[in-house]
Write a protein that binds this ligand. Structure first.
Ligand code: CA
Length: 261
């Protein structure tokens, strides 16, 4: 491999690359079922309210980033992949509607829930015209925000197979049941998320970084062996006493779920 070098890209090329990146993200459906690893950006300049929103959404197992102004929000939106955005309209600097306008112009289609202090109908109409998916006037209850965000995530996740199958291993994502050779396998939430992700991408080698980002949290330290430990536990549960082995480690590359080595 040659040494990595910085490459200067035009704005247009950068947008194109970003667009490809966003659309290469695995479908949100599998994560939505478990409500694990779905990433939400909260944009709110009132610090207390922002923390309240972040904590409320994090309790739903969502991975939440919180920013306090429109400029930072836009940078985050254009460089990170989120599953939903909670966007306050009244912000210092670039306001919420301007952030929304710019992200839609740059073809970022992440669902947006707008928040506003005012029940201003014109503002609401303008927001919806700019491509907001929902609108919530302040004050609101945290349960209402959670319900709206869940609705956005559900809508964005699209259709999804209920039962995934690799060889004689099956995973029902509705009743969360894993079975192999007719026997039920007990899984922790994390093991379930890991298995679901690997099965959703069966046959493809998944890097540790991808697992960290999608099954664990955004700022996960990849230097630890948390992923390896969880993989080992999962492997014991699904492969011990069974043939063929399904969960393989590809040295230096990652993990793959498939029948053959
Ligand atoms: Ca505000």
């Amino acid at each position: 491999m040659s040494e990595a070098k910085g490459i200067k890209l035009s704005d247009r090329a950068l947008r194109g690359l970003h667009f490809c990146y966003l659309h290469s993200q695995p479908r949100a459906a599998w994560r939505f079922r478990l409500n694990l690893g779905m990433r939400v950006l909260v944009v709110e300049d009132e610090k207390k309210l922002g923390s309240f929103l972040r904590n409320g959404l994090a309790q739903e197992n969502l991975v939440v980033d919180l920013v306090h102004d429109g400029g930072t929000a836009l940078t985050q939106i254009l460089t990170q992949a989120y599953d939903a955005i909670v966007l306050d309209i009244m912000l210092p600097g670039r306001d919420g509607l301007s952030v929304l306008r710019e992200m839609r112009r740059q073809r970022v289609n992440t669902p947006v829930l707008l928040l506003s202090a005012r029940g201003n109908v014109n503002e609401r109409i303008e927001g919806l015209n700019l491509g907001a998916d929902d609108y919530l006037p302040k004050p609101f209850s945290i349960n209402e925000v959670i319900a709206r965000v869940r609705a956005l995530l559900r809508r964005a996740s699209g259709d999804h197979a209920t039962i995934m199958q690799v060889a004689d291993l099956s995973l029902n994502v509705i009743n969360r049941e894993a079975m192999r050779g007719g026997a039920k396998i007990e899984l922790t939430n994390r093991e379930f998320a890991l298995l679901e992700y690997l099965m959703a991408h069966a046959g493809r080698v998944i890097t540790k970084t991808a697992l960290c980002e999608h099954v664990w949290e955004h700022h996960f330290d990849t230097g630890t062996n948390v992923v390896e430990v969880c993989i080992q536990r999962l492997r014991r549960k699904i492969d011990d006493g069974h043939s063929p082995k399904l969960l393989h480690t590809i040295r230096g590359a990652g993990y793959v779920m498939r029948e053959g080595r």
